[in-house]
Design a protein around this ligand. Sequence first.
Ligand code: PLP
Length: 357
Amino acid sequence: TFNFSAGPAVLPEPVLRRAADEMLDWHGSGMSVMEMSHRGKEFIGIASKAESDFRKLLAVPDNYRVLFLQGGAMAENALIPMNLLGEKTSADYVNTGEWSKKSIKEAGKYCKVNVAATAADRDFTYVPAQDTWQLDPNAAYVHICTNETIGGVEYNWVPDTHGVPLVADMSSHLLSRAVDVAKYGVIYGGAQKNIGPAGLTLVVVRDDLLGHALPITPSAFNWKEQADNDSMLNTPPTYSIYIAGLVFEWLLEQGGIEAIEKRNIAKAALLYDYLDQSRFYSNPVARGDRSRMNIPFRLADAALDDAFLKGAQQNNMVQLKGHRVVGGMRASIYNAMPVEGVQALVAYMKEFERTHG
Ligand code: PLP
């Protein structure tokens, strides 16, 4: 079965097999990873290998800390202003869709939010060009969502925020492409797309941005306190970290980010090329801003949606229904989706078009 879920999403099969093999007895320890103390030498080894492999994959500079937290990206939407505001009272946000909107709403509880640019005028189908952004030089940070999972809009460039820290929600494309980490102040994301099981949240934060938290910030979500304790101020999501570590090893075996990015470009091109030559299906996103990970598309006649989904299921392709906000279909093709899955989808779409078009 090919699973096109937007998240939690498909994981690499070798990772799941290895986790199954190690489930009852991890490396002769007599324990499942789920049963280990997070302070024991076995788990400390697992966690530090996971961190060093993650650093290797993204070439994270030494002056950045990698935190393994809980709460999901949604919790971080509140924790970002809490951790970064310091003496400042406002932050800039760029609105490119549903996840930007959620970030804006949450941050508005803690600070003044300036929407520096919005794609509302074209129904969130593009990234507003940098020269239209109205940035405030006094903002504590500039927040963007670099891949809108619902709308299928992805940044293919890094904004210049003139020294104000750039904060990016990369939940749905982290580890799918190379990132110049040094251009960001903070990168964060939930794990349940390209990284591992839900329950783990990654925060990559530049050293100098630690230590500015509002006094009301809960200790478990205070990035400085977590950094000082190697993300073990309290019990971390141990099993999710372990699986994420196996995914990092799998990625390194695949040839790292460069190799996986090439594959992702080719997979996305297969589907977009087909959509673009078809008059039966369409994708609304500006070509230069299309997501490689989440590809929404519509059928010319929405009355055929149910038949399309049913046929897909019969052909072992699941979770293709689009998000309720945009309707239609959505194919999420994360790292672990093999090219054969995209080929099978395109073949099915062709056949459906032939018989219903
Ligand atoms: N941001 C983006 C881009 C997402 O895709 C999601 C979840 O799908 C979230 C934030 C929310 O993440 P979580 O459910 O881990 O809180």
